[in-house]
Write a protein that binds this ligand. Structure first.
Ligand code: 5GP
Length: 211
């Protein structure tokens, strides 16, 4: 019997490097993980392509997706909508892949409420100064947007206790390895292995009866 994948939510302050970490994780373990591609109403940054980083849609298109129930969750983040299309996630979990949602905290909590066995990871840079430096160095946002994102980071920091793991992204390689290990370990939890445990118990019972 094929085991279902685990739904993994990865959040982190804007500038925590989570995009880079997730791309790397997927490149290293393409058969194990699937990354969900969200829909958003924000404009593409230079280098971003429709269908790759996001599905870039209009406000009307997004609201239509909400009406049709096509999203597992959605949230507003600094004046734009972001949401997770449902079909891809369900399909990949059924195929046994661990599906990663790289989403902010409101969405993370909605996913956890709908799917209680979701694993929640929070990524953080080593400190707030480093976070600001990364946002400024990225050079893709205006100063006012950076200020909004820092203020949002402060709000999100209040919700970290809702997560299962807090991972520091200081060194890229180490962080990718740590996230991978956390997810692998999660598969070994007793609570996620009831069916397998029952099967082995039944076999042992038969042996014990001398069959
Ligand atoms: P960015 O504009 O920097 O790509 O993303 C802004 C924030 O929105 C990030 O914290 C990102 O994780 C989050 N985000 C991206 N996609 C989704 C989504 O589908 N749902 C929710 N709730 N948040 C998302």
């Amino acid at each position: 019997m094929k085991k279902k994948g685990i739904l993994v939510v990865v959040s982190g302050f804007s500038g925590s490097g989570k995009g880079t970490i997730m791309k790397r994780l997927l490149a290293d373990h393409a058969d194990t993980y699937a990354l969900s591609i969200s829909a958003t109403t924000r404009s593409p940054r230079p280098g971003e392509t429709h269908g790759q980083e996001y599905f870039f849609v209009s406000r009307e298109e997004f609201e239509e997706m909400i009406r049709q129930g096509a999203l597992i969750e959605y949230a507003q983040y600094v004046n734009h909508y972001y949401g997770t299309p449902r079909n891809y996630v369900i399909e990949q979990l059924e195929q046994g892949r661990d599906v990663i949602l790289e989403i902010e905290i409101q969405g993370a909590l909605k996913v956890k409420a709908a799917y209680p066995d979701t694993l929640l990871l929070f990524l953080s840079p080593p400190g707030a100064k480093e976070l600001k430096r990364r946002l400024v160095d990225r050079g893709t946002e205006e100063e006012s947007v950076i200020a909004s994102r820092l203020s949002r980071a402060w709000q999100e920091a209040q919700g970290v206790e809702n997560y299962d793991y807090f991972v520091i992204n200081d060194d890229l390689e180490e962080c990718v390895q740590e996230v991978h290990s956390i997810i692998r370990n999660e598969h070994a939890r007793v609570a996620r292995n009831h069916v397998l445990i029952e099967t082995i118990r039944a076999e042992l019972r038969n042996f014990a009866k001398g069959e």
